[in-house]
Design a protein around this ligand. Structure first.
Ligand SMILES: Nc1nc2c(ncn2[C@@H]2O[C@H](COP(=O)(O)OP(=O)(O)O[C@H]3O[C@H](CO)[C@@H](O)[C@H](O)[C@@H]3O)[C@@H](O)[C@H]2O)c(=O)[nH]1
Length: 316
């Protein structure tokens, strides 16, 4: 069945992949973005596209009144932990007040609507080795304002469900990558290697940071499929982990990439890429989500990495 679907944060990495999927499935899509943090480089959207700063409560309300969404995928956020230390105000206003504006608009206009609330593994903070794969019930001790904002976002959703029956599903998203991603380890490694391949970087050396950390990394296309399942099959008012089920040491990613590029390369640790604190392992238990929705990852990491290399080969 097709629906009217609003995607906030359409200009971001996940938003653009999600809109592709929704349009392929025949939904009527409204994609909104906010120019200072997201440039919409694509024009292929058949649905409507517009600007919306989710901090602007009147704008949010008028969009809900006009478009009357049946589903909202709320992805708009200030999502960089480091930025959140430098500017906690902007982070909290966008993520917490922005989310409040969305739920308030749905409540005031009275539309029948389900909301996908994009939350984060950052809510857990530092997780001990014997706590992984981390379950939803573990205490939340976020290490930065971004993580705190996502805890708040989640609690707001629960509160709107309990008091006003507004149906939402909150997903704590773990490391996610894929074509179009910037700044994470897979994106930076693939980009640097394509620069070496193309002779943009003549050093022949891949600069790396901490190779001992371990991460469960999911392909963005598997994650957005999960978003779709979440709104159709998960329980309103609930919170779910959405994590990859295979944990990779970052060193293993370097080795996987070695067989995928046309040039041999050296690996050198760059002190500038080492972090003052770095979670040794990030890995969530997604059993609850899998049981309720039947979701399974379909794209193995080597396929994701190959697609990311191809992305950079075209982009650079
Ligand atoms: N980015 C990057 N990371 C590197 C590099 N070399 C090694 N690493 C290591 O690779 C690991 C993964 O780093 P990222 O991919 O940048 O992601 P993250 O820091 O694990 O987590 C991010 O996503 C999580 C899930 O969404 C968030 O919870 C977390 O706060 C953060 O935003 C880290 O241990 C990092 O030190 C490099 O050149 N670049």
């Amino acid at each position: 069945m097709t629906s009217r679907v609003w995607v906030t944060g359409f200009g971001g990495f996940m938003g653009s992949h999600l809109v592709d999927l929704l349009e392929r499935n025949g939904h009527q899509v409204l994609g909104t973005y906010f120019p200072p943090t997201a440039k919409v480089g694509r024009t292929a959207v058949r649905g409507k596209v517009g600007e919306c700063d989710v901090r602007d409560r009147d704008k949010v309300r008028s969009l809900v009144e006009e478009f009357r969404p049946e589903k909202i995928y709320h992805l708009a956020a200030q999502s960089y932990p480091v930025v959140s230390w430098a500017d906690p105000w902007y982070t909290l206003e966008t993520n917490v007040i922005g989310t409040t504006n969305i739920f308030e608009a749905v409540k005031a206009v009275g539309v029948q609507c389900r909301i996908l609330n994009a939350c984060s593994s950052a809510e857990y903070g530092m997780v001990r080795e014997d706590d992984v794969p981390v379950k939803e019930g573990r205490v939340l001790r976020p290490l930065h304002p971004y993580g705190v904002s996502k805890v708040s976002q989640e609690l707001l959703a629960v509160q709107y469900f309990e008091n006003f029956g507004i149906e939402s599903v909150s997903v704590r998203i773990f490391n996610t990558t894929g074509p179009g991603k910037v700044n994470d380890v897979c994106s930076e490694f693939t980009k640097r290697l394509v620069e070496i391949e193309k002779g943009i970087d003549i050093s022949g050396t891949l600069r790396v940071g901490n190779l001992d950390a371990r991460r469960a990394i999911t392909d963005v296309r598997d994650v957005i499929r999960a978003f779709d399942l979440a709104l159709d099959l998960a329980t309103p008012g609930e919170v779910y982990n959405l994590s990859g089920s295979t944990v990779y040491r970052i060193q293993e990613i370097v080795e996987m990439l070695r067989g995928m590029v046309d040039r041999d390369f050296e690996v050198k640790q760059d002190p500038a890429l080492m972090r003052p604190t770095d979670e040794p392992i990030i890995f969530g238990d997604s059993t609850k989500f899998k049981k309720e929705t039947g979701w399974r990852e379909e794209i193995p990491l080597d396929v994701t990495l190959r697609d990311m290399l191809d992305y950079w080969r075209k982009a650079l």
